[in-house]
Design a protein around this ligand. Structure first.
Ligand SMILES: *Cc1c(COP(=O)(O)O)cnc(C)c1O
Length: 390
């Protein structure tokens, strides 16, 4: 018996967050106002990208990226099965085809060798792009993916929903923050409450490409522009605005950007806590009997953002159920996307995805969020050990 109820992830809302939202509510803007741009500028600064476009959610961000890069029927895009389905669905929204490549069992991210094999098994021009995912917060080596993409004329959308604040070190010894736009054409983030920065619903696209930035800004709001210098028919009058492409209403409200900006100001502290929690899980689980793998703190030239701390065990269902009985709500990320009935029904490539399926058989995400206390974490560790040890 215990009084704990511990989810796998949880937002942290402070008095300062609440005050920021109240201030927005009292201002002249509820939808698109100054707080949208403030959030974009500060977020871009945080991760080191030139441009950012805030949107309604991470899925909308993915959809707009696919549109902006010209996904349409006949275009084929490669992604990982170990991700939230939206990483693949964005290709389908535009009528494109999703091809899956298997993961590296150590990093749980897209295996570049498998991607290369898939590309090279087809004629030149067969694929249009790659969507790598910084799964659990592990930063994908995008320098290597950029090289591969350039060899074959592909674009890259980095799904960095799990990894704001994560980075890898490139061949010049420089830290490359997830989503900074140095290697991927576009990157996307989500501000769903289980992610690092919560705005309720919310998403962000980042890029260093000015042309893509401008296209995305228009697509976010119906494909409409009021920019006088950019009108096909500039002579109508002051009221005139022009719809130049088929866009959507994927805007994010000012109210939510107020919350996002306030949360962003604590992102560094939150990342620090996630590192400490991961370190403590490592001490408990690395090499422990019954733990097949603990996906913990990697080599020092990488900063894992630890959206999730994932272990692999033999009896995952047993452990999951046992923890639930203790009110510890561990979670599974993810049911491989290619096994979803929708993708089974439309058919996908017959690549060997056995590593993804093996990972799925044993993977479990343990509670990981900045306000998880040491006492709560000890409680989680004790129960995991009680189950697998006994
Ligand atoms: C959360 C998430 C998304 C979708 O974001 P939403 O804001 O929920 O639409 C996409 N990809 C990954 C990897 C995610 O974790």
């Amino acid at each position: 018996m215990s009084n704990y109820s511990i989810p796998y992830g949880k937002q942290d809302i402070t008095e300062a967050d609440i005050a920021a939202v109240v201030e927005a509510l009292k201002s002249d803007y509820l939808t698109t106002g100054p707080r949208v741009e403030e959030f974009e500028v500060k977020f871009a600064e945080y991760i080191g990208a030139e441009y950012a476009v805030a949107v309604a959610n991470g899925t909308a961000a993915l959809h707009l990226c696919a549109l902006a890069l010209g996904v349409e029927p006949g275009k084929r895009v490669i992604t990982t099965p170990i991700t939230f389905s939206a990483s693949a669905n964005c290709v389908r929204y535009c009528g494109g085809e999703v091809w899956f490549a298997d993961i590296d069992p150590e990093t749980l991210t897209l295996d570049i060798d498998r991607v290369r094999e898939l590309i090279e098994s087809k004629p030149a021009g067969f694929f249009a792009g790659i969507i790598p995912v910084d799964f659990a917060g592990y930063p994908v080596d995008l320098e290597a993916f950029r090289k591969l993409a350039d060899e074959h004329g592909l674009w890259i959308i980095e799904d960095a929903c799990h990894a704001p604040g994560g980075w890898f070190t490139d061949s010049k010894g420089e830290q490359q923050w997830c989503g900074n736009g140095n290697y991927a054409d576009l990157a996307i983030f989500s501000f769903h409450p289980v992610k690092h920065i919560a705005s309720g619903e919310g998403g962000m696209i980042t890029t260093n490409n000015r042309e893509l930035y401008e296209r995305l800004s228009m697509l976010r709001t119906h494909g409409i522009t009021r920019d006088r210098g950019n009108l096909r028919y500039p002579d109508h009058g002051g009221w005139y605005m022009e719809m130049q492409q088929l866009g959507y209403n994927y805007r994010i409200p000012d109210i939510l950007c107020a919350l996002g900006t306030s949360q962003l100001s604590r992102a560094k502290a939150g990342m620090q806590r996630r590192q400490e929690i991961a370190q403590r899980y490592d001490e408990a689980f690395q090499g422990a009997p019954g733990i097949l793998k603990a996906h913990g703190v990697p080599a020092s030239d990488i900063r894992h953002a630890f959206h999730l701390y994932v272990i692999e065990v033999a009896d995952r269902r047993g452990l999951y159920d046992y923890l639930r009985e203790q009110n510890i709500y561990a979670q599974v990320h993810y049911v491989p996307v290619h096994t979803m009935p929708y993708y089974q029904d439309i058919g996908y490539n017959e690549a060997d995805l056995s590593r993804s399926e093996e990972y799925y058989a044993g993977g479990l995400s343990l509670p990981m969020y900045p306000t998880l206390t040491e006492e709560e974490q000890d409680h989680v560790i004790a129960h995991v050990k009680a189950f697998i040890g006994g």
